[in-house]
Design a protein around this ligand. Structure first.
Ligand code: AMP
Length: 216
């Protein structure tokens, strides 16, 4: 089964994707993670996208479609793929459909994680991620445990993203509404859209997603 998690920055796509990986043997494909990896390993492409990412703008369709194509060609996870942060534009959505068809596959469900814009600012502005396992914490909503160790893996190193600041977030939200939100209508028209309340407790959101996937 191949699914898309759709929603603005801070909606909880990464958190839910990691849970699906554990529960269903799926593979998370986050173009944001792939681009950050390219930056930190200092590749030519990584250097080219760094400023665009820090400003909160989208990198070109060509770059992210290339990253996804490479994964679809080489990886064959038993549970299928979770697309997290991709597609983000209509041309990316068309390209994904074509790539999957080429590999004899399809998009089985699109989950829109609905959240309120004000909540996103709080979620993103205080976000920290465990460097070991990717567990997400938040200064206000879910602080790092007092002993400084990740509650999940015990790691003591936490990362904060360069683009998790208010100015960048506003730009990322603008990009979402201008370029990504039309995908809600696109997938609705294809009969693939399912909506969940992304502001509910993490377990409740996972439960709502599981309910959708069990019916697909
Ligand atoms: P994310 O981790 O999904 O929030 O992505 C971080 C940044 O990477 C975004 O603000 C964009 O600059 C870039 N990015 C990630 N995925 C895409 C995509 N599908 N299309 C264009 N830019 C992307």
């Amino acid at each position: 089964m191949n699914i898309i998690l759709l929603g603005p920055p801070g909606a909880g796509k990464g958190t839910q994707a990691r849970r699906l990986v554990e529960a269903r043997g799926m593979q998370q494909l986050s173009t944001g993670d792939m681009l950050r990896e390219a930056r930190s390993s200092g590749t030519e492409m990584g250097k080219r996208v760094a400023d665009v990412m820090d400003r909160g703008e989208l990198v070109t369709d060509e770059i992210v479609i290339g990253l996804i194509e490479e994964k679809l060609t080489h990886d064959h996870p038993p549970g299928g793929f979770i697309f997290d942060g991709f597609p983000r534009t209509l041309p990316q959505a068309d390209a994904l459909g074509e790539l999957l068809t080429k590999h004899g596959q399809q998009v089985d469900a699109v989950i829109e994680m609905q959240v309120d814009d004000e909540a996103l600012v709080t979620r993103i502005a205080g976000r920290a991620t465990c460097a070991g396992c990717g567990e997400v914490y938040n200064d206000t909503l879910r602080p790092i445990p007092a002993d400084g160790a990740c509650g999940k893996c015990g790691g003591t190193e936490f990362k904060r993203r360069a683009d998790d600041n208010e100015e960048s977030l506003r730009q990322r939200l603008m990009e979402y509404y201008k370029k990504t939100s039309p995908l809600v209508g696109y997938y609705y028209a294809k009969g693939q859209l399912h909506r969940v309340d992304g502001l509910a407790e993490i377990d409740a959101v996972s439960g709502a997603i599981a309910k959708v996937l069990d019916k697909v």
